[in-house]
Design a binder for this molecule. Structure first.
Ligand SMILES: [Zn+2]
Length: 96
């Protein structure tokens, strides 16, 4: 049987994913899971930049007209992004 010592309180655990004494994750699987959750939480709490805030304001605007403007602007940005990627690819081919 594998025993794992809890790094937080020093209690030995057997098959538990979390320490039976203090509840801290002790198995690698559980540690990975908790770290992934924390990373996602940090990602969500990141302050948004001005452009993102502006885009969100337009997206959720109470006037339909403004939301349509946002949709059009977003579509144009998307199309230019695709065209830009295409040209970058062409240039990469030409240089290769
Ligand atoms: Zn513990």
């Amino acid at each position: 049987m594998i025993e794992r010592k809890c790094l937080h309180c020093g209690i030995w655990n057997t098959i538990e994913d979390c320490c039976k004494s203090c509840g801290q994750p002790i198995s690698q699987r559980e540690i990975d899971r908790v770290e992934a959750l924390e990373k996602r939480a940090i990602e969500l709490e990141k302050p948004k930049d001005a452009y993102q805030l502006f885009a969100e304001k337009l997206k959720n605007h109470r006037y339909l007209f403004v939301r349509i403007i946002y949709k059009i602007g977003y579509s144009i940005t998307l199309v230019f992004g695709v065209i830009g990627a295409f040209f970058a690819w062409m240039i990469a081919l030409a240089n290769g």
